[in-house]
Design a protein around this ligand. Structure first.
Ligand code: 5AD
Ligand code: SF4
Length: 374
């Protein structure tokens, strides 16, 4: 029996797919690089924007049409079996009314199962695809509820992996010859805030307000330091958020030269009203101050970012504020995402997606030329 896995979306999904692969190899399946030759196709989905979600449906339909045209045998059971996991399955699973799952089953009867990633098993040694970098998830889910974002609904609240388990995995990859690790979390630098009540860390669990958000103290810097002490050439982490970028974290980065100097720090918008509507907490000035503070303390640091273009209410002036911020922040790379309303999120409920596609495209080009094509 052969399986094929298609991974959409972010690096978290890529890391999950390495575990899904191990799960099916352990079950006796062999991997194939073409879905047409597979008995089982696993689709690891992304729904962060409508375009990503549509690509998932496109692939399901393609396989379905193939099944109808070229059945492996006339025995229905031997057609290519489709399993959907990742954020689409997570969203359906977390909708306790069961409506979302029922709807998906009605729309896609050709899918055998919508399995949330946790059900495919996580406590498993991954089959690492990347030869240089090992991907190490350190937390799952997100508790931030940025108003546009579906992730908290699809992946649930943030849950951190125990530090011991993470360090053990780092030791294992070192033993296997890896010299680089990428620590992964939707909000990677809030790692450990949810573990505080378990007394795992020697830090008080006081609440603090940082850059406009009420936070529990994170212990990411403690974990990062433990990883950096090991014999690794490069340690990177994604995605950080401004409100959890503590002074201790900056000090840790400054202290260990093997921590990557390219920091990914999503800004999303450079306009204060838009940032507020996005529930991001900080202002453009807060963000620039943070960037400056990091630049002052960490030699050679560079920044990459995520920006949403055409969020409702983003008029010319608001967009210009984003352009201005980008000039000041001097990003090395920006991942530019056109706003896509996601059903169930606050922004989709409250605001009309009023900026025309053509305008979003125009603004996308402006920022792309400014940042990515220098
Ligand atoms: N529309 C457009 N972009 C989005 N992102 C998240 N949700 C949306 C949305 N509804 C972007 C953000 C985030 C990145 C992973 O995806 O920029 O940082
Ligand atoms: Fe989404 Fe915000 Fe969480 Fe990132 S921090 S996953 S944008 S809710």
């Amino acid at each position: 029996m052969k399986f094929f896995i298609k991974t959409f979306g972010c690096i978290q999904n890529t890391a999950d797919s390495e575990r899904i692969k191990a799960f099916y190899w352990n079950k006796g399946y062999e991997e194939t690089d073409s879905w047409k030759r597979a008995d089982l196709v696993i689709i690891n989905t992304c729904i962060v924007r409508e375009s990503a979600e549509n690509r998932v449906y496109g692939l399901i339909n393609l396989i379905h049409q193939f099944n109808v045209k070229f059945p492996i045998s006339n025995d229905k059971k031997k057609r290519i079996k489709i399993i959907v996991t990742g954020c689409l399955a997570g969203l359906a699973d977390k909708d306790k009314s069961g409506k979302k799952l029922a709807q998906l089953k009605r729309d896609f009867p050709e899918v055998s199962d919508f399995l949330p990633i946790e059900k495919i098993s996580f406590k498993i040694d991954p089959i690492r695809d990347k030869k240089k970098i090992s991907l190490i998830p350190i937390s799952f889910g997100c508790s931030n509820f940025c108003s546009y974002c579906i992730v908290p609904f699809a992946r649930g609240p943030e849950v951190s992996r125990p530090m011991k388990e993470i360090l053990k995995e780092v030791d294992e990859v070192l033993k296997n010859g890896f010299k680089e690790v990428l620590l992964i979390g939707q909000n990677v630098n809030s790692y450990g805030a949810d573990l505080m009540s378990n007394d795992q860390f020697p830090i008080s669990n006081e609440m603090l307000v940082h850059m406009g958000k009420k936070r529990l103290r994170s212990s990411f810097h403690i974990l990062l330091e433990e990883v950096a002490k090991k014999d690794l050439q490069k340690i990177s982490f994604v995605s950080s958020n401004p409100w959890d970028f503590s002074d201790e974290l900056i000090e840790t980065i400054a202290k260990y030269p093997n921590i990557d100097r390219l920091l990914h720090l999503p800004i999303q918008s450079g306009d204060n009203d838009i940032l507020k509507k996005m529930n991001r907490g900080y202002t453009a000035k807060d963000y620039l101050n943070l960037v400056k503070k990091i630049r002052d303390k960490v030699d050679g640091v560079r920044f990459s970012t995520d920006i949403i273009i055409g969020f409702p209410g983003e008029d010319e002036k608001a967009f210009q504020n984003t352009v201005d911020l980008c000039k000041k922040a001097n990003f090395e790379i920006a991942y530019l995402n056109k706003y896509s309303p996601r059903k169930g999120t606050v922004s989709a409920k409250l605001y009309k997606d009023e900026i025309p596609q053509s305008e979003k495209k125009k603004r996308w080009n402006i920022l792309n030329n400014l940042i990515n094509r220098r």
